[in-house]
Design a protein around this ligand. Structure first.
Ligand SMILES: [Zn+2]
Ligand SMILES: [Zn+2]
Length: 373
């Protein structure tokens, strides 16, 4: 097994008091000992220049050598277990810690040991949790409270539901794009035309026409940290609502201390798939950018020939808080950004409440009508 494990150089952080392994504590924004409570600032003095340590990896090289950069820190002797949910198929990784008894993503207890043929690509960097569990509960209570037509049971669930802190896998891509484009540029002009109206009188009106002129040009654009989620556990529509994650400024080099005691999801969109999604997204953006270059008022037949050079990627982890609950036969997910606190969620609707609201509105209309008579 190839072990090019960059984070191994970070080393372990034993508790200075009792020697146990330290864990990341979101409330204190520091490492803390889960046994004796000692708090230690994150790697004082050891932290490299911001951004300097988070290295972009060459994409082509990684695709050509699928065995490199893999493993979750075997070099540091960390224990790692993977389990897969039989219900939603999310794969959770637990580094040096206890394995959860229920799936963090859907709440199902049907989780089985997951054996992999090859190791996952090691995350190079992550955003550590910034919003603590207590802060998240307060925000969730507000959020639940603002849900119209939600069953009352949901509001009490805000206090009792299990909140899971999960690191989600993301890919970020950089590329230097250069494109040549050609299009027909359309210029508007107006002509006065006359016509007869219904009564047979002569009328004039302004009519818009387009003069088409061929145009061409070139455009260069740098794509920086384009995100592609690798998660299978969180519903994509929810994820889009809690983005962005500030990956350009606040990433920390991966270290096991950050993930110990938290759940990490193993990506199921692999590098090859993610790279294609990224390429499609860049192509769409280049179409838009080149379209803006076309002179005139409108355009047609836009053709963009874009090249992407120096493509690099990072595999990163971002923090989310998750609540999953079943209501009736369906399961619902509430997801919060563990860094910015943004919340998005699915909710059941109480048909009793909606029916009463509709009846109340109808009654009001009836009353108004009878008063007016
Ligand atoms: Zn300790
Ligand atoms: Zn599940």
């Amino acid at each position: 097994m190839a072990e090019i494990f960059q984070a191994a150089s970070v080393g372990k952080h034993p508790c200075p008091e009792c020697g146990a392994d330290l864990q990341w504590n979101a409330a204190r924004q520091a490492l803390a000992c889960p046994y004796c409570g000692t708090v230690v600032p994150w790697a004082p003095g050891k932290e490299p220049e911001p951004g300097a340590s988070v290295v972009e990896q060459d994409l082509q090289q990684a695709l050509d050598n699928p065995a490199s950069g893999r493993g979750w820190g075997g070099a540091t002797g960390l224990e790692k277990r993977e389990v897969q949910c039989q219900s939603c198929h999310a794969i959770s990784v637990f580094v040096d810690g206890k394995v959860a008894r229920r799936c963090d993503f859907c709440g199902s207890p049907a989780i089985i040991e997951h054996a992999t043929l090859n190791d996952a690509i090691t995350p190079q960097s992550l955003l550590p949790f910034k919003v603590s569990e207590a802060q998240m509960r307060a925000r969730l209570r507000q959020w639940y409270g603002s849900r119209w037509f939600a069953p009352n049971k949901l509001k009490s669930a805000a206090l009792t539901d299990t909140l899971s802190g999960v690191y989600l896998p993301y890919w970020t891509f950089d590329a230097q794009a250069s494109a040549r484009w050609r299009a027909d540029a359309g210029h508007y002009y107006y002509e006065t035309e006359s016509h007869r109206d219904g009564k047979g009188n002569l009328q004039t009106r302004q009519v818009r026409h387009v003069r088409w002129v061929p145009a061409a040009g070139s455009l260069a654009h740098f794509f920086d940290d384009q995100l592609v989620p690798g998660t299978a556990g969180v519903h994509p529509a929810l994820l889009r609502q809690i983005e962005p994650f500030p990956t350009q400024t606040d990433l920390k080099p991966y270290s096991p201390e950050f993930v110990r005691g938290w759940t990490v999801e193993r990506y199921q969109i692999d590098l090859g798939k993610a790279e294609k999604l990224n390429q499609e997204a860049m192509q769409q953006q280049m179409q838009v950018l080149c379209g803006r270059e076309v002179p005139g008022d409108t355009l047609r037949n836009l053709q963009v020939d874009a090249r992407y050079q120096g493509r690099t990627f990072k595999h990163i982890l971002v923090p989310v808080w998750l609540v999953s609950y079943t209501y009736g036969a369906r399961s619902f997910q509430v997801v919060a950004n563990g860094y910015t606190g943004a919340i998005a969620g699915e909710q059941p609707y109480s048909w009793v409440k909606i029916t009463f609201a509709v009846l109340a509105v109808l009654l009001l209309i009836l009353l108004l009508v009878s008063f007016n008579q």
